[in-house]
Design a protein around this ligand. Structure first.
Ligand SMILES: Cc1cc2nc3c(=O)[nH]c(=O)nc-3n(C[C@H](O)[C@H](O)[C@H](O)COP(=O)(O)OP(=O)(O)OC[C@H]3O[C@@H](n4cnc5c(N)ncnc54)[C@H](O)[C@@H]3O)c2cc1C
Length: 395
């Protein structure tokens, strides 16, 4: 029986475990966290990610946790309405589902076939990458042999630099940072989103279950790199210094609760190859697309399915090459799109901000709806491409 060791029990790692265990592999997954609850932000699946979730039968399991967002009202610093987006107008007829990342991860973990060895609070400490097998040492002191090692441990994959490239060479900051956290809901938005937008910064709020509210900030930043946990609120306080009072109030509520926000860069990961010998990078560790693409988790699910498809009929080295050839065109298109769209989502200068708002305020609603509908379709087309359409027909 071929065997795989997967570092990281996020979307990519669990999807790979799910597929490989079902296609006859012995699977061991190690996860640094003591549980799988980190990263509870809202995300959506559409295009190939939606199809992959459907193929796995995971879609049905996440539907009870899905969010049906009606509209998003954008306001400026003074609280004046910039635009009101009715989601149903531009998602009509589209297959898509919005849920929290934690709910997708929980559904994947619960659906793992029996026999998958999932070890929490454990990391890979060393890998000997042989021609036929890899020898892996774990932080619990055990060593294991495997036919394949998957590094699915996110954008800041710690072992990537040993086998692929140092972070300075493959992490490409886009000049933005993001923060996510949740807090007691005092806004009562119901099923709607509320966004506060200002030059170089946007904040989105949405209601979670159990009286909680989620916040997502994205802002322009000339500095990049991990932000230590004890500095995150002061970084955010600086970003929000001139924001609408509601924004500053929500931040203070969360800070007073002792919540630690997740803060990181919007960085693409660019690597010329995703495999070397018996070691492969998967998901954000291989090709982070950033939240701007709206397809990172979807492509992680799709990538895992393609990998399992190829491993089912090819020896490991050929299968890894075939996976790369099938997935890469979509990834390159989505990364190019992320670069292009970031400025639209968060205009940097006051001039670009004013211009965008003038467009949103004065152009007929019907045109705005059509503009967003086109944007969603072009995102899905970039993700899908002819290579993946073929794959889904085959499925
Ligand atoms: C705010 C936000 C909104 C987003 N919205 C969307 C969206 O709408 N649609 C979409 O498709 N995508 C979206 N994305 C992107 C999506 O979340 C990622 O692309 C996806 O989660 C990548 O999955 P992954 O498994 O590769 O990495 P991750 O989800 O980052 O998982 C990596 C896992 O590895 C673990 N780990 C880290 N280091 C180690 C180690 N040394 N040893 C063991 N384990 C380790 C981590 O704890 C984690 O469990 C969004 C991202 C953000 C931040």
């Amino acid at each position: 029986m071929p065997s795989v060791i997967i570092s990281g029990a996020g979307v990519a790692g669990l999807a790979a475990a799910w597929w490989l265990a079902r296609t006859g592999w012995q699977v061991q997954v190690v996860e640094r966290g003591a549980d799988l609850r980190a990263g509870g932000y809202m995300m959506s699946l559409s295009g190939p990610g939606f199809v992959s979730a459907e193929r796995m039968g995971i879609l049905q399991k996440i539907l009870p946790y899905a969010y049906d967002v009606k509209e998003n009202v954008y306001r400026d610093r003074q609280g004046r309405e910039v635009v009101r987006l009715r989601f149903h107008e531009f998602t009509k007829g589209l297959n898509h589902v919005a849920m929290r990342r934690t709910d997708l991860v929980a559904a994947l973990a619960q659906d793992l076939p029996e026999g998958v060895d999932l070890r929490l609070a454990t990391t890979v400490t060393a890998i000997e990458n042989g021609a036929e097998r890899a020898r892996v040492t774990l932080s619990d002191g055990t060593t294991h042999e495997a036919d394949l090692v998957l590094l699915a441990d996110g954008m800041r994959s710690p072992l990537r630099s040993t086998f692929f490239a140092p972070d300075e060479a493959c992490l490409k900051p886009m000049g933005y940072r993001f923060a996510v956290y949740d807090l007691e809901d005092r806004l009562g938005l119901g099923v709607d989103f509320a966004s506060y937008t200002e030059p170089g910064h946007i904040v989105e709020y949405y209601t979670l279950t159990q009286g909680r509210l989620a916040a997502l900030h994205v802002w322009c930043s000339d500095v990049s790199g991990p932000v230590p946990a004890d500095e995150r609120w002061s970084v955010l306080a600086q970003v929000c210094a001139r924001s609408n009072t509601i924004v500053r109030e929500q931040m203070e509520i969360a800070r007073a609760e002792g919540v630690v926000p997740l803060v990181d860069d919007l960085s693409l990961v660019e690597l010329p190859t995703w495999h070397t010998g018996r070691v492969m990078v998967l998901g954000d560790a291989a090709h982070c697309l950033t939240l701007i693409s709206g397809q990172g988790a979807g492509m992680a699910l799709t990538s895992a399915a393609i990998l399992a498809d190829e491993l089912a009929h090819l020896p490991v080295p050929e299968a890894l090459r075939a996976h790369d050839a099938r997935l890469r065109p979509s990834i390159l298109r989505l990364q190019a799109r992320s670069r292009k769209m970031a400025g639209m989502f968060v205009p940097r200068s006051a001039f670009a901000f004013g211009l965008r708002n003038m467009f949103l305020r004065h152009v007929p609603r019907k045109w705005i709806g059509r503009y967003f509908l086109n944007a969603v379709h072009s995102e899905i087309a970039a993700a899908q491409g002819p290579e993946l359409k073929q794959d889904q027909r085959a499925a």
